[in-house]
Design a protein around this ligand. Structure first.
Ligand code: MBD
Ligand code: FE
Length: 306
């Protein structure tokens, strides 16, 4: 069939058959995606067995709760960032910390404190370097933002995230820090290790077929929100990791690479109340003012909460 015949057939089966109220947007998207799928089946001569393999794959990926991981791994989530960047550029919005993907591992409801939080539960002490992350939240004119909510989450020494990894304590390595008048936030935590897709999982299954790895560099995620500002979804990825520019989820971006500096100075260690050397990362956040007519940066998606 040619595209015209395909589109006519799709319409005949899924539009002309409507006898009840129609959600116009859903109809528009379903009709378009079906037309594109039928066309792909035609062009690639996809067999019945292949079609069922694909549907069974989605069943398995959904049951494994890996569809969010798949969206990251296939670059769908990064593509949406590129589109959001384009929309911002078109609206004349510039400046501020770049956005990058949320990923599938956020959990809402993390403990909230002002200015400072210790993020780790101490269970990996001695096994992994201590990390202090600090920075300012400012607007694009350099003014400090008070009352910004800095939500931070990252992996442990095995690249695993609490909640999804049930061996970790509740909200381990997940905190919300509210800035005071100085706009500063400080997190005392442990060095994250890059995530790798579960080797026997559904995402890695498809990555294997594509000859791709499923690894991320060491990174730390952020949601930063404040009244009057656009919500920022971002992360920094850490210099020196072999996957820094070879991230299976394409989240590393210019402006989002952080350097972990080794601190061995005794006075500095004492000042921080620590017992030994630590790593330090400075990650300043610049928020864009929210204005009428600018695209929303709020993304609705199902998120875990604990
Ligand atoms: C992660 O930690 C992550 O950030 C993404 C995008 C995908 C899988 C694991
Ligand atoms: Fe992550």
């Amino acid at each position: 069939m040619n595209r015209q015949e395909i589109d006519a057939l799709v319409k005949q089966m899924n539009v002309d058959t409507a006898t009840g109220p129609v959600d116009e947007r859903v109809q528009q998207v379903v009709v378009r995606l079906l037309g594109d799928l039928f066309q792909a089946i035609e062009d690639l001569d996809i067999s019945q067995s292949e079609l069922w393999k694909g549907l069974e794959y989605f069943t398995d990926a959904g049951q494994a709760n890996e569809l969010g991981l798949l969206a990251a791994g296939l670059g769908l989530e990064h593509y949406l960032d590129l589109r959001a960047d384009e929309a911002d550029a078109k609206a004349g919005i510039t400046g501020g910390t770049p956005r990058t993907i949320e990923g599938p591992l956020y959990v809402s409801g993390a403990p909230e404190t002002v200015s400072f939080a210790r993020m780790d539960d101490g269970s990996e002490e001695g096994k992994i370097p201590t990390l202090i992350i600090e920075g300012t939240v400012t607007d694009t004119d350099g003014n400090r933002v008070e009352g910004a909510k800095v939500e931070i989450w990252h992996a442990n020494s095995l690249g695993n995230y609490s909640f999804f990894d049930k061996s970790q304590s509740d909200f381990n390595l997940r905190r919300s820090i509210i800035t005071a008048a100085d706009g500063q936030y400080t997190a005392l935590t442990t060095m994250p290790v890059g995530y790798g897709c579960p080797p026997e999982g559904t995402t890695q299954f498809v990555l294997d077929k594509l000859g791709r790895h499923g690894n991320r560099p060491s990174h730390v995620h952020y949601f930063v929100s404040a009244p009057g500002y656009r919500k920022l979804t971002t992360q920094f990825n850490i210099e020196g990791d072999q996957y820094l520019w070879d991230d299976f989820a394409f989240a590393t971006r210019e402006g989002l690479v952080a350097t972990a500096v080794d601190v061995t100075d005794e006075a500095e260690i004492a000042k921080r109340g620590l017992k030994g050397p630590f790593k330090h990362i400075q990650f300043n956040i610049v928020l864009q003012k929210d204005q009428a007519g600018v695209p929303s940066t709020e993304v609705e998606r199902r998120r875990a909460s604990a």
